[in-house]
Design a protein around this ligand. Structure first.
Ligand code: ATP
Ligand code: MG
Length: 419
C-alpha cells in the first residue's frame, strides 16, 4: 500500500480483513483496492501477476503468499444485457471510484476501507454501526442484490454463523424465498462456497442456518429429503456429530478434509439406496458400490466435488461393512488399508449415534493401541466368541443394531475363480 501511495495512487485495505481486524479476529487474507489500473500496478511490483479474464486483478506475490490488489469498480447498472431474466448479473467489469466500489460490495460490514494515509476507517454504507450492533445487512435493495448474485445468500449464512451476527430482517426475509436461484450457479462455484462454509470452523451453525432458510436442500437435495422425513433420528445426529468434530478439529488446529464431511453428509442416502438394491437381490458389495456411485453422481450435478474427495468418500463407505469381520487375516488387512483411519473415525460416528454397537468401535480402538501379539489374541477371542463373517453386511441394512441384533446364519457363497 505504501508503494502504491508513493507512486501517487490511492491504496486502501478493504473487505474481510478490515472487518476482522475491527472485531479483533485474525484476518484470513488481505485485500487491497486502488485507483491504479492493473498495468500500472504491475509496473510497481516485480512479482505481480494479472489474473482474471472478465475483470482483471493483480496478485502481488511475497514468497508463497500473495495479496490481491483490485482497481476500484462500480456496480454494473444491469443495462444492455447485463442481467439474466432472474436478475443475475453477468458483467461487473466497470471501473469506478472509491464510493462506487463500496456500494458494489455485498454486506455493509464488508465495505469498510482502512486508509493508511491518515489511519482512518472510511464507511460509505453504515458498516461501522452494523459491526457494533452485530447485524449482517446487504447494501441496497436485498432482493435485487441476492438476485444479482445468489451466492450472496450462502455468504450471508456463512458470515452470520462465523461472526455470530444476526442477519438483518430486511436481508433475512428474501432468503426463504430465493433459494431456488442457486440452481443458476455453476457446480464449481457452489463447491468453493460449500467448502468455505463447512470449513469455517462454524459448520454446525452454518448447517442450522442453511436448513432454517431452506437453502440446504438446494445444495444437498438427497440429504434434505432424508432429513425432512426423519428429523429426530440418527441421520440428523450423525451429520451434526460430523460437523461438530470438524469444528472441534479446526479449533484445535488439526487438519480436516471435506471428503470425510461429504461422506457423512451423504451417508444416509447411500445407506437407503444400498438397502433398496439389496432388497432387489443384489450382493451387499455391489449394492453399496452402485448406491455410492449413484448418490455421488446426483450430488456432483449440483455441487462439484474434486475426484480426490469422491474417491475418499467411496472408500470410507466401502470399508464400513469390513469392520464387522474380526477373525482371520481380515482385521489386519483392513488395518493396513490406507483409508483405515478415516473409515475408523467414521465408524466411531456411527457408533456414537447408535448405528453400530459401541462394543464394535471399542474393539477397533483397542485393536489399534495393542501390539501385534495382543492383536492376534483379540482376533482369536473374536473367533471363539463366534464372531464370524455373518454380521458382515448388517451395517448397511436399515435398522440400527442393538444388543438384540439378530444373527442370521448365512451360507457362504464362494465365488470360484474361473479356470
Ligand atoms: P473471508 O475472506 O473471511 O471469507 P471476505 O469478506 O474477505 O471474507 P472474500 O470472498 O475474500 O470475503 O471477498 C472480499 C470482499 O469482496 C468482501 O469483503 C466483499 O466486500 C467483496 N465481495 C466478495 N464476494 C462478493 C459478492 N459475491 N458480491 C459482492 N461483493 C463481494
Ligand atoms: Mg477475504
Amino acid at each position: 500500500m505504501y508503494r502504491l501511495k508513493g507512486a501517487g495512487y490511492e491504496a486502501l485495505l478493504v473487505g474481510g480483513s478490515v472487518r476482522d481486524l475491527l472485531l479483533g479476529r485474525e484476518p484470513k487474507d488481505f485485500d487491497v483496492v486502488t485507483d491504479a489500473r492493473p498495468e500500472q500496478i504491475k509496473q510497481l511490483f516485480s512479482h505481480c501477476r494479472i489474473v482474471g479474464r472478465r475483470f482483471q486483478l493483480a496478485h502481488v506475490h511475497f514468497g508463497r503468499d500473495y495479496i490481491e490488489v483490485a482497481t476500484f469498480r462500480a456496480r454494473h447498472d444491469g443495462g444492455e444485457g447485463g442481467l439474466t431474466e432472474n436478475g443475475r448479473i453477468l458483467r461487473d467489469n466497470v471501473y469506478g471510484n472509491q464510493e462506487e466500489d463500496a456500494r458494489r460490495r455485498d454486506f455493509t460490514i464488508n465495505a469498510l476501507f482502512y486508509n493508511i494515509r491518515d489511519f482512518s476507517i472510511v464507511d460509505y454504507a453504515g458498516g461501522l454501526d452494523d459491526l457494533n450492533s452485530g447485524f449482517l445487512r446487504l447494501i441496497g435493495e436485498p432482493e435485487v442484490r441476492y438476485r444479482e448474485d445468489p451466492v450472496r445468500m450462502l455468504r450471508a449464512v456463512r458470515f452470520a454463523a462465523m461472526l455470530g451476527f444476526r442477519i438483518h430482517p430486511d436481508s433475512e426475509d428474501p432468503l426463504r424465498r430465493l433459494g431456488h436461484l442457486l440452481a443458476d450457479i455453476s457446480e464449481a462455484r457452489l463447491s468453493d462456497e460449500v467448502i468455505k462454509m463447512f470449513l469455517s470452523g462454524y459448520a454446525v451453525q452454518t448447517f442450522e442456518l442453511l436448513r432454517k432458510y431452506g437453502l440446504f436442500g438446494h445444495l444437498f437435495p438427497q440429504t434434505e429429503r432424508v432429513l425432512a422425513e426423519e428429523e429426530q433420528g440418527f441421520p440428523h445426529m450423525l451429520l451434526v456429530r460430523a460437523l461438530e468434530n470438524t469444528d472441534k478439529r479446526i479449533a484445535e488446529g488439526k487438519p480436516v478434509t471435506p471428503g470425510f464431511l461429504f461422506a457423512a453428509l451423504l451417508w444416509e442416502p447411500v445407506r437407503l439406496l444400498t438397502d433398496k438394491y439389496r432388497a432387489d437381490g443384489e450382493s451387499p458389495a455391489y449394492a453399496l458400490q452402485a448406491a455410492a456411485h449413484e448418490v455421488i453422481g446426483r450430488q456432483t450435478a449440483r455441487v462439484a466435488m474434486p475426484k480426490r474427495f469422491t474417491i475418499m468418500m467411496k472408500e470410507i463407505w466401502q470399508l464400513q461393512p469390513r469392520f464387522q469381520h474380526r477373525t482371520g487375516k481380515r482385521p489386519v488387512r483392513l488395518y493396513l488399508h490406507p483409508r483405515f483411519r478415516a473409515a475408523y473415525d467414521f465408524l466411531l460416528l456411527r457408533a456414537e449415534v447408535g448405528e453400530v454397537e459401541p462394543e464394535l468401535a471399542q474393539w477397533w480402538t483397542e485393536f489399534q493401541t495393542n501390539d501385534e501379539a495382543l492383536r492376534a489374541g483379540m482376533i482369536a477371542e473374536a473367533a471363539v466368541a463366534g464372531d464370524a463373517d455373518v454380521a458382515g453386511e448388517a451395517s448397511v441394512e436399515g435398522e440400527p443394531q442393538t444388543e438384540t441384533r439378530k444373527r442370521r446364519p448365512r451360507r457362504r457363497k464362494r465365488r470360484r475363480k474361473p479356470a
